[in-house]
Unconditional design. Structure first.
Ligand SMILES: [Ca+2]
Length: 377
């Protein structure tokens, strides 16, 4: 019965998403032979709800064979962030995706939704949202820590983020990985500085240059509509890492600024209406916990994830080439230059409408059935 409901819900969803005509257009734009985009998702999951929606959207795109989520790394240093990512991955039938945790990272605070969703139980006392990675109850100086280990550890623990990034990149074909970064630059700055190890004889900088095609990141602001007097959150929380990473990152970089995601608001009505295909949905549950519901929320992190997987769908515009600089106060400056590697993501009013519709459809798309069909990272 549950099976049937899923199928029915999925059919309705496809119809609502206008997949018939849209799919025909997409086929014309994207060769059938096109490989799924290999994605690494680096997130500060737990600080805002758009990270959770973005992860749901990536899973939907993987179900459509448009991307393959290789690994998730966390720049938020809280013990419940990795278990939460793991339970979302598990909900979508992909609990074997490795998760990496930052060491001595930023924003250790718990936030609103990580712990209640990780610890939610059903009537039998079993986890409502199964997950293999557990927050470790063993405390050190009163702080709860997640178990994590080196790159050879089993996937039932969160791995150290930079080691996981190196291991993951080393295993991919050259020029094949899209990095989606929607939190702080901590992990990626350290990755650039990393030394050769058992995963790869390359330095981090050279490993990135060889394996990565695009860094799609949410950060900064460039218009008078943003919080001009303060730096954008993702930059403010680790300014030295952001300055270094943006300056030294060796591949094309597309930055989705604060004002873009702010213009595309995920609607509360979708949370109320579109996630009822299961009794308990971890992302909808997290959304309801994050702020006093109902509320709409900017789609900051979704923009970077969607652009990385569907760069040629016309959802966004791009600035000319140039160089972005992060200042000592976490402000962003853009200097146009044909030699630059950076672009800024934009959207016209028409694109805002169309992009939001795609995001809502994708985020609320049910998981694949059967769930046993997992993808090896
Ligand atoms: Ca984020």
């Amino acid at each position: 019965m549950k099976h049937l409901r899923h199928l029915l819900a999925f059919s309705v969803m496809l119809a609502l998403c206008g997949v018939g005509n849209a799919a025909a257009a997409d086929v014309a734009n994207s060769p059938a032979s096109r490989e799924p985009v290999r994605v690494i998702f680096d997130t500060d999951m737990g600080n805002d709800i758009d990270d959770a929606l973005a992860l749901a959207m990536i899973h939907a795109l993987q179900s459509r064979h448009e991307c393959r989520l290789l690994a998730v790394t966390l720049s938020k240093d809280n013990a419940y962030a990795a278990p939460f990512v793991d339970l979302v991955n598990t909900f979508y039938g992909r609990g074997n995706i490795p998760v990496g945790r930052v060491t001595n990272g930023k924003t250790p605070e718990l936030g609103k939704y990580l712990k209640p969703v990780v610890e939610a139980k059903n009537a039998d006392g079993q986890p409502l949202y199964p997950h293999r990675i557990q927050p470790d109850a063993a405390t050190d100086s009163g702080k709860i820590k997640v178990r994590y280990a080196g790159p050879q550890a089993a996937d039932s623990v969160a791995l150290e983020a930079v080691a996981l990034l190196r291991r993951t990149l080393a295993a991919q074909p050259d020029g094949s990985v899209a990095m989606v970064m929607v939190g702080f630059s901590t992990n990626l700055a350290r990755l650039l500085d990393s030394a050769p190890d058992e995963a790869s004889p390359l330095t981090g900088h050279n490993l990135v240059a060889r394996k990565v095609t695009l860094l799609s990141m949410m950060a900064g602001h460039f218009t008078g509509n943003g919080p001009r007097n303060v730096g954008e959150y993702n930059l403010v929380k680790d300014i030295p890492a952001a300055q270094k990473m943006v300056k030294d990152w060796p591949t094309p970089l597309v930055m989705s600024p604060w004002e873009l995601g702010y213009a595309i608001q995920y609607p509360a009505v979708s949370i109320e209406r579109d996630y009822g295909y299961v009794a308990h949905h971890p992302v909808a549950e997290a959304y309801r916990l994050y702020m006093k519901f109902p509320y709409n929320r900017p789609t900051w992190d979704l923009t970077s994830a969607l652009y990385a997987v569907r760069p040629d769908h016309g959802y966004f515009g791009l600035s000319e080439l140039g160089t972005i600089t992060v200042t000592d106060t976490a402000m962003t400056e853009f200097a146009p230059s044909p030699q630059g590697r950076h672009r800024i993501l934009t959207a016209s009013p028409e694109q805002v409408t169309r992009t939001l519709e795609a995001m809502v459809c994708l985020c609320s798309q049910p998981p694949d059935e059967p769930k046993s069909k997992e993808t090896k990272p």
